[in-house]
Design a protein around this ligand. Structure first.
Ligand code: BES
Ligand code: ZN
Ligand code: ZN
Length: 519
């Protein structure tokens, strides 16, 4: 890829001229657009010297120890995630960024519930790549830092920014692995990060563009491009009516934008009849709250209320690219939640696919209404397990913030699998309760079988999960409340500000591990 806005191209030309002066006439081929990211560890003991990675050592030898010399001269030892840039060391790499990796011995951190070493690499590489992007370099080579997958994730996640609708764009940077070791792991990291970036793009895109129909078309194209073993059904309103999904329809009818029920299949198992893993994602392309309308401040972020659908569909696209030997089905009820003369009114009663009646006391608790029908439909595939993801409640943000996705599950086996996957990816999960205690607060309902809000204001994330449980009979089900991890300010250092696409990588890792030890 070689795309540069004109002014930047001009600046690059000036730099090329300078290169000629720098290395003399005979060396005028130096590529001034290429940068290198190299890692350096923190000292283990006070009197140690900071250690380069093996790629760093090699480069230092190539420049006759000059890198070591200027790193020592340039200031105190580099802390984890910090960068220092050096120019003119070698003609192939006019700019070299040295990034702090923290302690070489860092592994799984028992309290943090993640692999600290991998997380440090993601953070450091992201910072290094961004530094070079600021210099408008279009090609970056990255030190694998002992874990080429984590390095690739740091590079690809760290460089991503949604600027499709801006005239002024950031320099397009291509990140490549430096050296020949770890090619396969690097490719895996690129794939995982690209999966998350797809979810970020879908979530960030404004709701006037990312309609239910558009969402379905994009996923159809991505899935077909990923594998031939796929099938996509973009179900229209008439199909949703035939399915008697009265709860989903009651939300959709408030908007002029037609709803879609997206159903995607990936048939990777050698046994065609192998029961599938079913993923379900909340696909509200805009949540105004409906008649129980939201406050206008920051309402724009409700364009990402399809984050559940975005993350589960992106994870399935990634699984298809990995050619995983399992069958997976993705289901996404997609619609807008709008106030209108046709919208749900507080106190209305609607009927879900399984016959249960629901009193809609708050039209802003719409996610659970569309998921109720989708979960009923999920059971018709005789699934091995069901996982749903949804930006369901503000309450999960109060409870966990952006530290972890809240997981409500009736299966400790499933919980362990999700947890183990998240330690690896650093996109963490935290178990939340599905007590009968909360169920009582949603089934105590004046007009119907269940109320769409709990009768008390406390524990909103738990009563929402208890509501969903009313539509689940499968013994292996997990509900992921991802409202708290939907956006990033600066908490995750390797993601820029904006929609996160979390926890796509954890879902991909879960699927990958599921195929590896199917116990
Ligand atoms: N989409 C929202 C939840 C949300 C909040 C997502 C903040 C991302 C960030 C959901 O539909 C909603 O409005 N939930 C209500 C439920 C309440 C009315 C019981 C909430 O959390 O306030
Ligand atoms: Zn809502
Ligand atoms: Zn919502």
């Amino acid at each position: 890829m070689f795309w540069l806005p004109l002014p930047a191209a001009g600046r690059i030309a000036v730099r090329r001229l300078r290169a000629r002066r720098l290395w003399g006439r005979g060396l005028a081929t130096a590529d001034m657009t290429k940068g290198l990211v190299l890692g350096i560890y923190s000292k283990d003991k006070e009197d140690d010297v900071p250690q380069f990675t093996s790629a760093g050592e090699k480069f230092d030898k190539l420049v006759a120890g000059k890198l070591r010399e200027i790193v020592n001269l340039s200031g105190p030892p580099l802390k984890a995630g910090k960068t220092r840039t050096f120019y003119g060391l070698h003609q192939d790499f006019p700019s070299v960024v040295v990034v702090g990796l923290g302690k070489k011995t860092a592994g799984v951190h028992e309290l943090e519930n993640w692999h600290e070493g991998k997380e440090n690499i993601r953070t450091a590489v992201a910072a290094g790549c961004r530094q070079l992007q600021e210099l408008e370099l279009s090609c970056v080579e990255v030190d694998p830092c002992g874990d080429a997958q984590a390095a690739a994730e740091g590079a690809v996640l760290g460089l991503y920014e949604y600027d499709e609708l801006k005239q002024k764009k950031k320099t397009v940077v291509t990140a490549k692995l430096h050296g020949s070791e770890g090619q396969e792991a690097w490719q895996k990291g690129v794939l995982f990060a690209a999966g998350q970036n797809l979810a970020r793009q879908l979530m960030e895109t404004p709701a006037n563009e990312m309609t239910p129909t558009r969402f379905a078309e994009i996923i159809e194209k991505k899935l077909r491009g990923a594998s031939a073993k796929t099938e996509v059904h973009i179900r229209p309103k008439s199909w949703i009516e035939e399915q008697e999904m009265g709860s989903f329809l009651s939300v959709a009818k408030g908007s002029d934008e037609p709803p879609v029920f997206l159903e995607i299949h990936y048939r990777g198992s050698p046994k065609a009849s192998d029961p599938p893993v079913v993923f379900v994602g909340k696909g509200i392309t805009f949540d105004s709250g409906g008649i129980s309308i939201k406050a206008s401040a920051n309402m724009d972020i409700m364009r990402a209320d399809m984050g559940g659908a975005a993350t589960v569909c992106s994870a399935i696209v990634s699984a298809a690219k990995l050619n995983l030997p399992i069958n997976i089905i993705g289901l996404a009820p997609l619609c807008e939640n709008m106030p209108s003369g046709k919208a749900n009114k507080p106190g209305d009663v609607v009927r879900a696919k399984n016959g249960k009646t629901i009193q809609v006391d708050n039209t802003d608790a719409e996610g659970r209404l569309i998921l109720a029908d989708a979960l009923c439909y999920a059971h018709t595939f005789n699934p091995k397990l069901i996982i749903n993801a949804a930006t369901l409640t503000g309450a999960i943000d109060v409870a966990l913030g952006s530290g972890a996705t809240g997981v409500f599950t009736n299966s400790s086996w499933l919980w362990n699998k999700l947890f183990e996957a998240s330690v690896e990816t650093g996109d963490r999960v935290w178990r939340m309760p599905l007590f009968e205690h909360y169920t009582r607060q949603v089934i105590d309902c004046q007009l119907a079988d269940v109320n769409n809000i709990g009768k008390y204001r406390s524990a909103g994330a738990c009563t929402a999960a208890a509501f969903l449980k009313e539509f689940v009979t499968h013994p292996k089900w997990a509900h992921l409340d991802i409202a708290g991890v939907m956006t990033n300010k600066d908490e995750v250092p390797y993601l820029r500000k904006g929609m996160t696409g979390r926890p796509t990588r954890t879902l991909i890792e879960f699927l990958l591990r599921f195929t590896q030890n199917n116990d």
